[in-house]
Design a protein. Structure first.
Length: 245
């Protein structure tokens, strides 16, 4: 079994990293280029960059900014937000991304997942799922879809997704712990890796998430103090969590 991964996340709006609570009240959290470089230097296993306003603004991801972040990284890099076609995805890979995440566009046209998997490979195709009360929401959490997260995760895998990035809107930014019930249900429903997202406040939360998921996304817990990533690794190892070197 692959060792679990710790993955800092840069939610980006207006060219800046932002963070809120349950997708609301977004506040500035720093420069994505500098934060990305710092997380890479601090030993992150991977980095996720999500342009959280791209779909709402009806535009593509900020490719030039993605390229600037990628130039500073020595770790795998996943980028999402505003990806509506294979062409959009290829532009991000050319800018330095290793994987591409899709969310709202895949919900509108599920065939997009299959197209990306055929062109990029499943290993580079990530489906991001934002869920509230176990139900999928699209367009940065603003729109109900009528789909259950478990069912959509199963379909995403069947269509070629190589990884599921699962964010609990209920837990997002609260620092009260991940939604373990939702995460466990989705992880049990699929055979591909699941990244747990939303709610990390301390090492105990991350350790609990890694018992049911293959990776933990980290945002609020790190943005104010990127060096926390190193101490978090130490605390997790003291709890018996086997991590990558």
């Amino acid at each position: 079994m692959p060792l679990p991964r710790l993955i800092p996340c840069l939610d980006v709006a207006g060219g800046r990293v932002v963070k809120g609570v349950r997708f609301q009240g977004l506040r500035d959290a720093g420069d994505p280029v500098e934060l990305g470089a710092r997380y890479s230097d601090e030993g992150a296993d991977e980095l996720v960059f999500l342009d959280v306003k791209a779909t709402l603004d009806g535009r593509r991801t900020l490719v030039a900014l993605v390229e600037r972040v990628a130039e500073r990284l020595a770790i795998p890099f996943t980028v999402g937000g505003g990806v509506r076609s294979v062409e959009d995805a290829c532009a991000l890979l050319e800018a330095g991304a290793d994987k591409v995440a899709v969310n709202s566009a895949a919900l509108e046209r599920p065939q997009l997942i299959s197209e990306l998997a055929a062109e990029l490979g499943s290993q580079a195709t990530v489906v991001a799922i934002d869920a509230e009360g176990g139900a999928v929401r699209s367009h940065a959490g603003t729109t109900a879809t009528g789909l259950a997260a478990v069912d959509w995760a199963r379909e995403a895998q069947a269509r070629g997704a190589g990884e599921i990035l699962l964010t609990s809107i209920d837990a997002d930014g609260t620092r009260d712990g991940y939604d373990l019930e939702l995460t466990s249900a989705v992880a049990d429903a699929v055979d591909v890796p699941v990244i747990a997202s939303g709610g990390a406040g301390d090492a105990s939360h991350v350790a609990a998430a890694l018992e049911v998921a293959q990776a933990a996304l980290l945002a609020s817990i790190l943005h104010e103090d990127p060096a926390r990533l190193g101490t978090l690794r130490v605390e997790l190892r003291e709890r018996g969590v086997a991590l990558r070197c």
